[in-house]
Design a protein around this ligand. Structure first.
Ligand code: DX5
Ligand code: ZN
Length: 220
């Protein structure tokens, strides 16, 4: 059993009070803080960059799980390392020619490398990054089209999770998009252990209770 990591997506937080939102989520039992980095090019939305990570880092020691939805991930490795990112997860669709260099640099900067795939990308595309002598340590399976919070979970993505769990029993497998109390059981049963949840946590009257439901389902 791979340990559950519950990662509220700060995309659903009040960005004008990011530090207090982060502390609130950690006090509710969050393991990681999921930070969605969008460049307005790889996805049709624009969010935050390294300066915001650097500011937040001054207020917390928490694991900052950075999800880079950007066209040129290599350009972001150094600034994110300096800013204090913990995990650096880039998209396989944006790193066809240079993923080896990206992974190497992420590790050199003291971050944990992860790779993500969009709903239309076959799971086989991440195998080379996992079978390499210098492998990624996390796979983020998108369960919505990246770009926006509050979308509907795509259960058909669970085939990818099952395939990964079977092949890599101890891998951190993260799911992102539409996760909440009504969808967690199918994701957990498929083998996901890192759970990103934005609107279901931030929109709940009792976020702590939602976090605990998510954790329980993974640990069952
Ligand atoms: C979407 C982001 C997600 C998003 C999840 O591109 O990667 O992290 O914030 O939000 P919910 O949980 O609301 O689907
Ligand atoms: Zn994300």
């Amino acid at each position: 059993m791979v340990a559950a990591k519950i990662a509220p997506s700060m995309l659903s937080s009040d960005f004008s009070n990011l530090a207090s939102e982060a502390h609130r989520m950690l006090s509710f039992g969050a393991d990681w803080l999921h930070m969605d980095i969008m460049d307005g090019h790889f996805v049709p939305n624009l969010t935050i960059g390294a300066p915001v990570i650097e500011s937040l880092r001054k207020h917390t020691k928490a694991y900052l799980d950075c999800h880079l939805m950007v066209t040129n991930p290599l350009d972001y490795v150094e600034p994110f390392g300096k800013a204090g990112a913990s995990g650096f997860t880039f998209h396989v669709e944006a790193s066809k020619d240079n993923w080896k260099e990206i992974v190497q640099k992420i590790k050199a900067k003291g971050m944990t490398p992860g790779v993500s795939l969009k709903p239309g990308t076959p799971v086989e595309e991440v195998f080379p990054l996992l079978d390499d002598e210098n492998p990624v340590e996390l796979v983020l399976v998108m369960t919505v089209e990246p770009g926006f919070g509050g979308q509907k979970f795509m259960p058909e993505m669970m085939d990818k999770v099952r395939t990964l769990r079977k092949k890599y029993p101890t891998l951190d497998i993260e799911v992102d998009g539409g996760l909440g109390p009504s969808t967690i059981d199918i994701a957990a049963a498929a083998g996901a252990n890192c759970i990103v949840a934005g609107s279901s946590v931030f929109g709940a009257p009792e976020p702590a209770q939602v976090i605990s439901v998510l954790r329980k389902s993974v640990n069952e």
